[in-house]
Ligand binder design. Structure first.
Ligand code: SF4
Ligand code: SF4
Length: 464
């Protein structure tokens, strides 16, 4: 049984030399994991910014149409009645995050979390406009001058442009993007759309430009509960103290063993590239977002020194203690099985969801007798054709002997149409054995009876 391992919360004042409270200036670096993140980030940014412009069957391919209460995604339309599917999708995402955290720590934070990805993009802009770490630190301390104003203006202008594009794209997933852009360019958009574009522009600018790692450290709850998820078999970014300690400076030509040293040359490169300003050599910490920048930095130092790579690497606590790597442990296999089952159930649910929905509301009046002595109850029905094309439906009521429904036998509803109907249901008094009985309304697609919806309501009669 794997044991959970704690993630330490090291106060800023007790961290390595680089964690100045006045700000963090990550150094640029190169390496395999950086390339991996750039490739993944390019794909994710491309998906985010491009998908909103795609058209599918004459309509925006992905659109959460709030005013019409519909969610369109590549030709499929979901309605509020499909909320259970959305909920199931969110549960799967949460469980998937749980699964990958147990497997490989905060890999989500490091490679795909929007906060991280936009922060890396903003950091890249900062580096392009103000220079690398030392230049940025000097600029931060320098008094205001024309040069400083120019550099800062360039940076903030680019940040604002990226933020505007981000905000506009985000709002474009909720209101059709083409008319939105046209309206904004001609100053004819509604106040609501303009407000939300401004809001998400400001949120991006503040979060990725100013707050950066503070969102991860103080606002995101995920980092706080990672320590209860990862165990001693989880692959987390770790410093191999057995190999690296004792740390110390030495010449490249000198054998560390002859100096009584480990492989860590105490260069602080791993600290200087860290976007949260921590020293991974202090052990697994809550503030580590798993970005692997320290691995790339340390590997480049190991290359320069002629040592083996991997002083900082993905490793489990068991491996660091000399044990084997155990990726496929029973816990992980169980989680994977549950995840695959849930995804399968969701796919089945989406493929087989009924394309018709029915709501039933009973009239406030209790009951009445009709001309032939039967008991009548009145209801209001709301039918929704969730299919994009017109469909013919049959309406019926069941549940009591001799039940009669006064309503059109068949109804044709256009694609996406909602129709309200007032109907009367009558039943002979002898079929009732209580003051309230169950009655079921059924609506079924005439061409495909599997697409049906059934709702229960009460049928009231006299007290016996
Ligand atoms: S310690 Fe390493 S992996 Fe963790 S946030 Fe810092 S650079 Fe990224
Ligand atoms: S980059 Fe590697 S060698 Fe340099 S301080 Fe960090 S762990 Fe030690």
């Amino acid at each position: 049984m794997s044991e959970r391992i704690p993630a330490t919360n090291i106060p800023v004042k007790d961290r390595g030399s680089d964690a100045a409270p006045s700000g963090i200036f990550p150094r640029s670096f190169k390496g395999f994991y950086r390339n991996l993140r750039i490739a993944g980030g390019t794909l994710l940014f491309g998906l985010y910014f491009a998908t909103v412009w795609l058209t599918w069957e004459g309509r925006q391919a992905v659109l959460w149409d709030i005013s019409n209460r519909q969610f369109h995604i590549f030709g499929a339309t979901f309605w509020p009645q499909d909320l259970t599917l959305l909920t199931a999708g969110l549960v799967i995402c949460a469980f998937g995050l749980f699964f990958i955290t147990v497997l490989a720590g905060r890999i989500w934070c490091g490679y795909s979390c929007p906060q991280s990805m936009w922060t890396w993009l903003f950091l890249w802009v900062e580096r392009m406009t103000e220079g690398d770490r030392n230049q940025r630190m000097r600029l931060a301390q320098a008094p205001w001058s024309l040069n400083k104003v120019l550099k800062r203006s360039q940076k903030h202008t680019l940040w604002l442009l990226i933020s505007l594009l981000t905000g506009l794209t985000f709002v474009g997933y909720f209101t059709p993007i083409r008319p939105l852009v046209a309206d904004l360019l001609t100053f004819s958009s509604g106040a609501s759309a303009a407000f939300w574009v401004f809001f998400f522009t400001a949120a991006t600018y503040i979060n990725a430009g100013w707050l950066r790692e503070k969102v991860c450290l103080h606002m995101c709850p995920y980092g706080r509960f990672q320590s209860v998820m990862i165990d001693d078999d989880s692959l987390v970014i770790s410093y191999d103290a057995n190999r690296g300690d004792p740390r110390g400076h030495r010449k490249r030509t000198v054998s560390p063993a002859s100096q009584g040293l480990g492989d860590c040359i105490d260069c602080y490169q791993c600290v200087q590239v860290c976007p949260t300003g921590i020293d991974i050599r202090d052990g697994l910490q809550i503030d580590c977002i798993g970005c692997a920048a320290c691995i790339d930095a340390c590997d480049s130092i190991m290359d320069r020194m002629g040592y083996d790579r991997g002083l900082i690497r993905y490793a489990s606590q068991r491996q660091l203690s000399g044990g084997p790597m155990r990726l496929f442990r029973p816990r992980m296999v169980g989680y994977a099985a549950v995840l695959v089952t849930m995804i399968g159930a969701l796919v089945w649910g989406v493929a087989n969801r009924p394309m018709v929905a029915l709501e039933v509301a009973k009239d406030r009046s209790l009951f009445r007798y009709n001309d032939v002595g039967q008991i009548e109850n009145s209801y209001r029905l709301k039918l929704l054709n969730k299919a994009p094309e017109a469909r013919q439906f049959e309406l019926s009521a069941i549940g009591l002997d001799g039940l009669t429904l006064e309503a059109p036998e068949t109804l044709t509803l256009d694609g996406g149409e909602t129709r309200e109907l007032a109907v009367v249901v009558s039943a002979p008094p002898e079929s009732l054995d209580d003051v309230s009985s169950d009655v079921h309304f059924v609506v079924a697609d005439l061409d495909n009876p599997d697409h049906r919806d059934e709702r229960r309501s009460a049928f009231t009669g006299p007290a016996f």
